[in-house]
Design a protein around this ligand. Structure first.
Ligand SMILES: *Cc1c(COP(=O)(O)O)cnc(C)c1O
Length: 430
């Protein structure tokens, strides 16, 4: 056993990993990367379809990102925003507002996706307390939502495998019913009805717009976003978009909100915000929401993180925005998205494969019954890794989320290996 593996086994507590899996599985030791490729210490090059937990939107080691971070490291690594300001955090705020859905004018920084949602929840709650509507305390959420792993965001979440054990600690969200046979109409009409009937006790509706990543890449139509916007406005309820996964081009537009041509009252972003290079996050709010905190000390948002506005993270995010501009990242998604869609349609024709779906730079299928503890998906990843493709199935859901700028040849290779691995497993076990 290598020295690193030995220490990993002795001292690491891996995320979402049982001791059995920790001790039995060979985890590749990554020593570098480039574009969609990861380099291992044993000389292998792995094509990464997981986007490093869905955050790697520009490929590994984008040279401009690397030098921007190096440059910033030599200037200012960190200084708290408590009693000071610093350039990168200031300039990023303006640049984020410029590219955000219209009306989002205020930026609150935090450290990761979970905290960006936690912040949005606290803002929405306190907003109504200070607006003399103290009964508006509840949050309406989608079925099987995932908004992070903190106690607050788990309270919004509905993926039992993550949450069930902690349920006594959660506040009670109002959860819409699951779509029936892929039809989301009942889910969204339930939300509309609930807002009409109980709007005076509801603070906000929180959704992952268009794609529920952790809910095994379930997708719904952009028209529902417009309906949500309409219903929340009509009933004086805030609308929160968790764009931690969908933001920064993943769905083929800069924001999933752009696809529905709507603007939420609060928007959460992380993952792609730094191109997946550094932990960093932001919660954006409208003037109206910010105005709810006007006044003296007693009305301030009492929330803040040590690394609020971290200069390295902010500098990385600014560089990501300028790479998006200079390299026309969003404009170049279309041909790639088309290939992902075609290819997953084709995978859907393999006997036993269900529900081929795609949106922007996301493609997914189910290789059997849904559920996190289903194992056929893992058989697919076991086959794929033999061909140097890294997949991380969600139970029986096999998906790819490549960098938005993946070279076409690498994309074709990724799609071909994924197809063949699924085909092989379905022939054997399907
Ligand atoms: C990943 C994710 C989160 C949590 O982000 P972390 O950085 O892991 O805390 C929240 N919401 C969505 C939609 C996500 O995909």
């Amino acid at each position: 056993m290598s020295r690193l593996r030995e220490i990993d086994q002795r001292h690491l507590w891996r995320p979402y990993t049982s001791r059995d899996e920790h001790t039995s599985r060979e985890f590749p030791n990554i020593v570098g990367g480039s574009g969609p490729w990861l380099f291992c210490d044993d000389g292998r090059r792995l094509l990464d379809a997981t986007g490093s937990w869905w955050c790697n939107n520009l490929g590994y080691q984008h040279p401009r990102l690397v030098s921007a971070i190096q440059d910033q490291a030599s200037t200012l690594l960190h200084c708290s925003y408590a009693d000071a300001m610093h350039e990168q955090a200031v300039l990023l705020a303006g640049e984020l507002v410029d590219c955000a859905p219209t009306g989002l004018t205020r930026v609150f920084y935090s450290d990761d996706g979970s905290t960006s949602v936690e912040v949005a929840v606290k803002i929405a709650f306190q907003y109504w307390q200070q607006a003399a509507r103290p009964k508006k305390q509840r949050f309406v959420v989608l079925p099987n939502a995932y908004h992070g792993d903190t106690i607050g965001t788990m309270s919004l979440g509905g993926v039992d495998e993550f949450n069930a054990v902690f349920s006594p600690l959660h506040f009670a969200s109002m959860r819409a019913p699951a779509p029936s046979n892929g039809d989301w109409e009942p889910t969204f009409s339930w939300i509309e009805k609930t807002l009409r009937q109980n709007g005076d006790e509801i603070a906000a509706v929180v959704v992952e717009p268009l794609v529920q990543g952790a809910n095994q890449m379930q997708m719904y139509d952009a028209a529902y976003l417009a309906r949500l916007r309409h219903a929340t406005e009509a009933n004086d309820v805030l609308l929160i978009f968790d764009e931690v996964f969908t933001g920064f081009g993943r769905t083929g537009k800069m924001w999933a909100a752009n696809r529905g041509e709507v603007s939420p009252d609060l928007l959460c972003t992380s993952k792609g915000l730094t191109g997946g290079s550094l932990p960093f996050a932001a919660t954006l709010a409208t003037d109206r929401v910010y105005a709810g905190f006007d006044g003296d000390k007693t009305r301030a948002l009492m929330h803040g993180h040590t690394f609020y506005g971290n200069p390295l993270g902010a500098r990385a995010a600014r560089e990501v925005l300028s790479i998006f501009r200079d390299e026309d990242i969003v404009q170049h998604i279309e041909p790639r998205a088309k290939r992902i869609a075609e290819s997953f349609e084709k995978i859907g024709e393999i006997s036993g494969v269900l529900c081929p779906r795609s949106l922007g730079m996301i493609g997914a299928v189910d290789v059997g019954r849904r559920g996190y503890n289903e194992m056929l998906g893992h058989k697919v990843s076991d086959v794929a890794i033999k061909h140097n493709l890294l997949l991380r199935p969600l139970g029986n859901t096999v998906y790819v989320v490549p960098p938005l700028n993946i070279p076409m040849v690498d994309l074709e290779k990724m799609l071909r290996i994924a197809h063949d691995a699924i085909d092989e497993v379905m022939k054997e076990h399907g």
